[in-house]
Design a binder for this molecule. Structure first.
Ligand code: ZN
Length: 111
């Protein structure tokens, strides 16, 4: 390879590298924005679930578990131990203090 070819090749790679760095920086900004939006949506979702559960609780007070059929008492026990019993997240662990509107719907929804 002649020296000028080698230098051209070096310039090409150098330019490509600079372009790539720009693209990476831009991509990093986009990923950051998406992650921030995701965190905001998660918080909003959690708040809405809590409001939904509170609104349901106010409109339809919980009954004692003895009023539930045996199959639902079992699910209520599992939910009480911190696991989802809804079809959406079944078997997944609930965070401490987390409640799930889908689980509550599955347990108490048809009453
Ligand atoms: Zn659930």
């Amino acid at each position: 390879m002649a020296k000028t070819d080698l230098f051209d090749e070096f310039l090409n790679l150098s330019n490509q590298s600079a372009d790539l760095a720009k693209q990476l920086a831009s991509l990093k900004d986009e990923v950051t924005a998406v992650l921030e939006q995701n965190a905001e949506l998660r918080m909003e979702n959690q708040k809405l679930r809590e409001q939904y559960v509170a609104a349901r609780g106010a409109a339809q007070p919980k009954r004692t578990s003895s009023a539930l059929p045996a199959s639902k008492q079992n699910l209520e026990k599992i939910y009480g131990e911190g696991y989802h019993v809804c079809s959406k997240f079944y078997g997944q662990h609930l965070e401490t203090g987390e409640s799930c509107a889908f689980c509550l719907e599955a347990l108490y929804g048809d009453r």
